[in-house]
Design a protein around this ligand. Structure first.
Ligand code: F6R
Length: 366
């Protein structure tokens, strides 16, 4: 059942080129310049006329929601707020009839997310679900949505669901942008073609497994980790830190790289590994300066960079090269080495990666 892998988590990490393909199947047809998510059709007009989109989710799904914020704002030019379902539901939030809520949940059973949906519904908002488990409570409570079709996720730490969620949310944002005319036809076509190339690039990133295993061995005894990224890679930094915490029990924090100087920089010494997601994108030079600041304080730098990078190679302690993709699609690739890093560190520390202590696969109590 683990398909020859030692753990479900590793199997699910390695399944991601297949599961992302499944998320796009019948939806993206790049050579015909077509993108269609059938489950959105009935309420698509509400999405078109939404004054804002509110995303509610927990944990890893909330991180996927943060990526979606960048996507929907950049492409569809609609304001987005991303909320922890548990905070949203108890805050007496302002919800108007022209708001659209997107609820993201792998299990479709998370109690706080379900309650946030019911609250928003009672105020007249339309709810779209982005779920994995077919027929679960959340997809039944939402009026519209799209399944991610990642297949069963057994490992408690979410991996392929995260990339499936981002794939679906990317398709939603592009479909909306195309209909609204906020993306040019040529850019739209380019993104469909780039989306189709993602599974092969994920496959390529998975080949880094041995290198990452080596790096994991170097840092397995660290007591803390810092994860830093900007823009689309900021949520990836949060996700990398969460993965490590959950399964290896090492304290880790994710931060937007520019926030480092407002506090976390005080933590840096020769004992502190800092994982930078430093791909060749619009904030590259700024992230390079952050790496220099960490090195100046003798921190240990592990950098996820774009293939062919030369600048960071000279300053970082370890460099992990991932295939190039447009900035907006980077999270689908840059998260892969972070999943593998947390996996190997946890295994080397003797942790039960598929069933970490104190955690359940679906959180049906608040
Ligand atoms: C992280 C993890 C949790 C879940 C969270 C939401 O690896 O598994 O943080 O992401 O409990 O669960 P769903 O997506 O099922 O609503």
């Amino acid at each position: 059942e683990k398909g020859g892998y030692e753990h479900f988590m590793l199997k699910e990490i390695f399944e991601q080129s297949k599961s992302i393909t499944a998320s796009m199947r019948g939806r993206v047809v790049a050579d015909k310049h077509r993108l269609h998510l059938g489950g959105l059709t009935e309420y698509f007009n509400r999405l078109m006329s939404a004054d804002r989109i509110m995303i509610v989710a927990c944990g890893t799904s909330w991180h996927a929601g943060l990526v979606a914020e960048y996507l929907f704002e950049e492409f569809a030019r609609v304001p987005v707020e991303v909320e922890y379902a548990s905070e949203f539901r108890y805050r007496n939030p302002v919800i108007r009839e022209n708001d659209v809520v997107i609820a993201i949940s792998q299990s479709g059973e998370t109690a706080d997310t379900l309650a946030a949906i019911e609250l928003a519904k009672s105020k007249g908002a339309i709810i779209f679900g982005v779920c994995n488990v077919v027929g679960a409570s959340i997809p039944r409570a939402t009026q519209a949505g799209a399944y991610i079709h990642a297949g069963p996720e057994i490992g408690v730490a979410s991996t392929k669901a995260f990339t499936g969620q981002i794939t679906v949310l990317t398709m939603m944002a592009l479909m909306l942008a195309h209909r609204k005319g906020t993306i040019s036809e040529s850019k739209f076509r380019e993104f469909l073609a780039e989306l189709e190339k993602i599974p092969a690039k994920v496959e390529q990133a998975l080949k880094l497994n041995d290198q990452i295993k080596y790096i994991s061995d170097v840092f397995k005894d660290a007591r803390n980790f810092l994860y830093l990224g900007r823009g689309y890679n900021f949520p990836v930094a949060l996700e990398g830190a969460l993965k490590l915490k959950e399964i290896s029990y090492i304290h880790a924090e994710g931060y937007p790289a520019a926030e480092m100087k407002h506090g976390p920089i005080a933590l840096i010494d020769e004992e502190m590994p800092v994982v930078f997601i430093a791909t060749a994108d619009s904030s590259y030079e700024k992230v390079v300066s952050n790496i220099q600041e960490v090195k100046a304080r003798r921190g240990k730098v592990i950098a996820i960079v774009t293939e062919g990078d030369t600048q960071i190679k000279n300053i970082a302690d370890h460099v992990i090269e991932i295939p190039k993709t447009p900035e907006a699609l980077t999270p689908l690739i840059s998260v892969i080495p972070l999943q593998l890093l947390s996996y190997h560190v946890a295994v080397m520390r003797g942790c039960n990666v598929d069933q970490p202590r104190n955690l359940a696969k679906s959180v049906t109590v608040e």
